[in-house]
Write a protein that binds this ligand. Structure first.
Ligand code: PEP
Ligand code: MN
Length: 365
């Protein structure tokens, strides 16, 4: 080792390598700046950033000029890495510019559901039955919400069911029930819409349009929600990555509707003891990456009643702006999700307990 260090030849060669490293670094950086400028020109022209024909021409030219000692495959591989790094650089710039990203909009977005603010410094509870089944059923739940000072009443009228033989929801009649009961108790309605063509009709009855997990990548529906004049409650697809989730929100915001709430509702994993696996880390990641309010659906993520309180606590502790849960006057006879909805006495207990965190506003007196 000490002999090596003393060799003047080795020293000279090494310092030459250092010099070349510096030159390469400089050239790579210059090349990256040029690639970025090209990306800007392409963006302005609306042209795709990746150009495989141009890449092929550059690789062919480099191989033709290859003086050795690297073989042609190595040259191709090395330059392909450089091309890819330049493209990634442009894509990162593009990500920086997402309308839903905090980089673009550092302050928390406050969604206005009528006069009710959602997000930033308030914690919001959304509750109601899985499906609207009757006016009396919705009224019983609405009364419980009012008693707890909760303003957002959920209920499914168009139900995206796994089996075509299961209850599909009451459709427009369900929305009409929700509207009537909500008006009676001064509540806001949130309900899922599954068909882009129903968006205009839905605006007559709902205050918030829900897009469910199964439709998170129904791009025509997202575009229609982007054109709607109601806030959107967007649920994460059961196999969607956080990035895909944010792109789905971007579809809505880029079409002109900035009033979007995100909802983590559990993702599908091998685990069977919960219906889905709540991805709790998605909450701080979404809060970090995006300025939109973030909710956690404690009902569909767990699929069980016994752990809803600790899961709700975890969600709020992780920074969620709100919780969604399903409440039914008599869950055992519910037409959907009978195993996971909680009854009204249990809902009152849940509310009392979650308020003990000090994070949820006290009940009205
Ligand atoms: C729902 O909230 O009514 C629902 C169907 O949930 P998800 O879309 O998350 O499955
Ligand atoms: Mn449900």
């Amino acid at each position: 080792m000490s002999q090596e260090q003393k060799s003047p030849d080795l020293e000279r060669l090494r310092s030459r390598v250092d010099e070349i490293n510096q030159q390469l670094l400089e050239l790579l950086s210059q090349r990256a700046e040029l690639a970025k400028a090209i990306g800007e020109v392409k963006k302005a022209q609306g042209v795709n950033r990746f150009d495989p024909v141009r890449e092929r021409d550059m690789l062919d030219q480099l191989v033709a000029d290859n003086p050795g000692p690297f073989d042609n495959d190595t040259i191709r591989h090395l330059f392909k890495q450089i091309f890819k790094a330049s493209l990634d650089l442009q894509q990162k710039d593009h990500k920086k510019a997402l309308l839903v990203s905090r980089k673009r909009h550092p302050e928390d977005t406050v969604v206005h559901v009528g006069e009710i603010p959602v997000g930033h410094d308030t914690k919001t509870i959304v509750a109601g039955p899985c499906s609207v089944e009757s006016e009396d059923q919705v009224r019983q739940v609405a009364q419980a919400l009012r008693k707890q000072g909760i303003s957002l009443l959920r209920g499914g009228a168009f139900k995206p069911r796994t089996s075509p033989y299961d209850f599909q929801g009451m459709g427009i009649e369900g929305l009409q029930i929700l509207r009537r009961v909500a008006d009676e108790f001064d509540l806001k309605v949130i309900s899922e819409i599954v068909n882009p063509a129903d968006m205009e009709m839905a605006e007559q009855y709902v205050d918030v349009i829900q897009i469910g997990a199964r439709n998170m990548q129904n791009f025509e529906l997202l575009k229609a929600a982007g054109a709607a004049s109601r806030p959107v409650f967007l649920k994460r697809g059961m196999s969607a990555t956080v990035e895909e989730f944010l792109f789905a929100a971007e579809y809505i915001v880029s079409r002109g509707n900035s009033q979007v709430m995100l909802c983590e509702r559990g993702i599908r994993t091998y685990e069977k003891w919960t219906r889905n696996t709540l991805d709790i880390s998605a909450v701080p990641i979404l809060k970090q990456e995006s300025h939109l309010p973030v909710f956690v659906d404690i009902t569909h993520s767990t699929g069980r009643r016994d752990i809803q309180l600790p899961v709700a606590r975890a969600a709020l502790a992780a920074g969620a702006d709100g919780i969604m849960l399903e409440v039914h006057p008599d869950p055992s006879v519910a037409l959907s999700d009978a195993n996971q909805q909680i009854d009204i006495p249990r809902f009152h207990t849940f509310m009392e307990e979650i308020r003990q965190t000090g994070l949820v506003a006290p009940a009205p007196v």
